[in-house]
Structure formats: structure tokens, C-alpha cells
Design a protein around this ligand. Structure first.
Ligand code: TXA
Ligand code: MG
Length: 321
């Protein structure tokens, strides 16, 4: 991506239109966060309900002051340690942040992404960017430009291709508006890493109802039905029209199956996170009857991966027979 195309992208943002751009987590669908009409176009493009607030992306830590009314010391510590990076911090908002961005809440979600294209785009646009993941509401998140083009292409004015996202999972979200910091969404920054800096935090319960307005128990779903197996549950009879997603080596009879993929042959959670959405998109393109998935260890990044897999599988449990 050269300078002139980024300046073209920033012109589109300035004129109140939408640009899909890469971050280290997933692709975002960006608009000028301070322009309510531009932000409204995001909701329309994603078919996202207005009660589900957006994350505001900035390119310099100092910019937080313009958006947040109160920055507690714990937030300062988190920003200094983890920004730029996959951590979104919820802070009390200032008047300047439009209600449409925050779904009418008095708090705002802010993140400084760790991606040169995202940072440059924000800087050239001269405004913070409101950006959800660039996928239709409730569906698989995009980790490659092609995912955005396929599922949102017609409603985005420009898609910047920055290759595959290095993290592949959405940012971890932490709310610091109350005394004890509370993780609202597990994500690309392991909760253990956060606790090593600021001590114990509250964690979301696995089976709880939505703790953030947008964190429904079903989400991240491919079109193809997903079944998440139990820890020691074997795959049902292997068939040609099913997909299989495992963690670790592909063992017989899946080693030569055309629709069997391993998130990481060497059981590396970082690699598995980066491959997760891409592999689900791939299997979803194969016209399969069902995708079977083996659970993975729920520690560190594994907890965030399992959160996505559970919600994808839940989507199909909600369906009426
Ligand atoms: O990695 C990411 O976070 C990506 C990239 C593009 O930055 N963005 C992303 O946005 O995942 P989205 O819209 O898919 O998820 C944002 C989540 C939603 O669940 C929303 O409810 C929550 O953040 N959220 C936003 N503002 C909030 C607030 N003020 N209080 C509580 N939750 C909030
Ligand atoms: Mg999303």
C-alpha cells in the first residue's frame, strides 16, 4: 500500500464514507468516529443493531484525552504496556463522542491498533476511526481482504489489502470504569498477560448472557453448521461432505481428507488463533453439510479461541429444527 493510495483512503473517510482496513487482529470497517452520519453507514453495511457500540481507533496515546472524561492510573498502565496492540479499553466518555458510536452508553471503547496501515490511515484522516470487524453482523470475522470483499464488498467504498492479520482474533476488551477492572471479551491479548501487569481482574463467565452489548452467546458463525465436540468425544463417522477442524497433528483417517484442517500442527496457540477465521472461511466455502471441531486447551489465547468456537456452535443450537 503506497502513500498515495492511503491518502486516497483518508479522503474517503473525510468525506463520510467507509473504508475497510487491516489491523493486527481482524479487518475493520472504518468511518470518522466524530461524524454520526458516517458511523450510521457502518451499522447499515453490517446490518448491525444500534444498541451494539463500536470501538474507536486512535493513532497516538495522547488522543485518548480528547475522547475519555476520566483516565484512571490502571488505564494509563495498560495503555503504556499494551498499546499499540490488541487491547480495547472502556473509559467514561466525553461529550464529543456521538451517541451512535457508544449505543447511548456513557462509556467509550478505545484502542490503538498495532498495524502500520491502520495507524497511517487514522493519522492521515485526522480523526479517530469507529470500526467494528468488517463482517456482516453475527458472522465470521475477516482476517484477509478477500473475506471483506466477499461478504461486504458492495457496501464498502474501499478495501485496503494488508495481507493476513497476524493475530487473527479480535482485541481483548477491558472495562476500567469501576474499581476492579473487568474483562468483557477475551481476545488476542491473553488475560494472564493483563493480570501480570495490573493484578487480578474480573473475567467473563463462559456461559453468561451478553456482558457487552454486542457479546451475544451466539456469534462468529459460518453459514455451514458447526458442531463443537466434547473433549474426548471422537469424530462421528468420517464422510466426504463434512469438514474437520483439529488442533495438533492430523491423524488417520483425516490425514488425507480434503476438508480436514489443523489450526496448528505443532499445537501453537498463536498460530491457531491466526488461522482460526481463515480456516473457518475456507471450510465454509466448500458446500459441506457440517463442520466438526475438536476443542482446544482453554488457557491463554486458547480461551479466546474456544469463546469464538462455542459461540459459532451456539448459533446453530438457537435455530429451530
Ligand atoms: O480487534 C478488534 O477489536 C476489532 C478491530 C477492527 O479493532 N474490532 C472489533 O469490533 O472486534 P466489534 O464491533 O466487532 O466488537 C466490539 C465490541 C462489541 O461487542 C461491543 O459491544 C463492545 O465492543 N463495546 C463497544 N463499546 C463498548 C462500551 N462502551 N461498553 C461495553 N462494550 C462495548
Ligand atoms: Mg465483530
Amino acid at each position: 500500500m503506497d502513500k498515495s493510495s492511503l491518502s486516497q483512503a483518508s479522503k474517503i473517510i473525510k468525506s463520510g464514507e467507509l473504508v475497510a482496513f487491516p489491523t493486527e487482529t481482524v479487518y475493520g470497517l472504518g468511518a470518522n468516529a466524530l461524524n454520526p452520519q458516517a458511523v450510521a453507514r457502518i451499522f447499515a453495511a453490517k446490518q448491525r443493531p444500534f444498541f451494539d457500540p463500536l470501538i474507536v481507533h486512535i493513532s497516538h496515546i495522547e488522543r485518548v484525552k480528547e475522547l475519555a472524561a476520566d483516565i484512571p492510573p490502571v488505564a494509563e498502565k495498560l495503555m503504556k504496556t499494551f498499546w499499540p496492540g490488541p487491547l480495547t479499553i472502556i473509559l467514561k466518555k466525553k461529550e464529543i463522542v456521538p451517541d451512535i458510536v457508544t449505543g447511548g452508553l456513557d462509556s467509550v471503547a478505545i484502542r490503538m491498533p498495532d498495524h502500520p496501515i491502520a495507524l497511517k490511515l487514522i493519522e492521515l484522516s485526522g480523526c479517530p476511526l469507529a470500526a467494528p470487524s468488517a463482517n456482516p453482523f453475527g458472522r465470521l470475522s475477516p482476517t484477509m481482504a478477500i473475506h471483506v470483499k466477499k461478504h461486504l464488498g458492495s457496501s464498502v467504498d474501499l478495501i485496503i489489502d494488508g495481507g493476513k492479520c497476524s493475530k487473527g482474533l479480535e482485541s481483548t476488551i477491558i472495562d476500567v470504569t469501576e474499581d476492579t477492572p473487568k474483562v468483557l471479551r477475551v481476545g488476542a491479548l491473553a488475560v494472564e498477560e493483563i493480570e501480570s501487569i495490573i493484578g487480578k481482574v474480573k473475567r467473563p463467565k463462559k456461559k453468561s448472557a451478553a456482558v457487552t452489548p454486542g457479546s451475544l452467546p451466539y456469534h462468529y458463525a459460518p453459514k455451514t453448521k458447526v458442531i463443537l465436540l466434547k473433549r474426548n468425544e471422537p469424530f462421528p463417522k468420517i464422510t466426504a461432505d463434512s469438514g474437520y477442524l483439529v488442533f495438533g497433528p492430523l491423524q488417520s483417517p483425516l490425514d488425507y481428507h480434503p476438508h480436514a484442517l489443523s489450526l496448528s500442527l505443532s499445537k501453537d496457540l498463536v498460530e491457531a488463533a491466526a488461522n482460526l477465521f481463515e480456516y473457518l472461511h475456507r471450510l465454509d466455502n466448500e458446500q459441506l453439510k457440517v463442520i466438526y471441531i475438536k476443542p482446544i486447551p482453554s488457557k491463554g489465547l486458547g480461551a479466546a479461541i474456544m469463546d469464538r468456537l462455542r459461540k459459532a456452535a451456539n448459533t446453530f443450537r438457537q435455530e429451530k429444527p
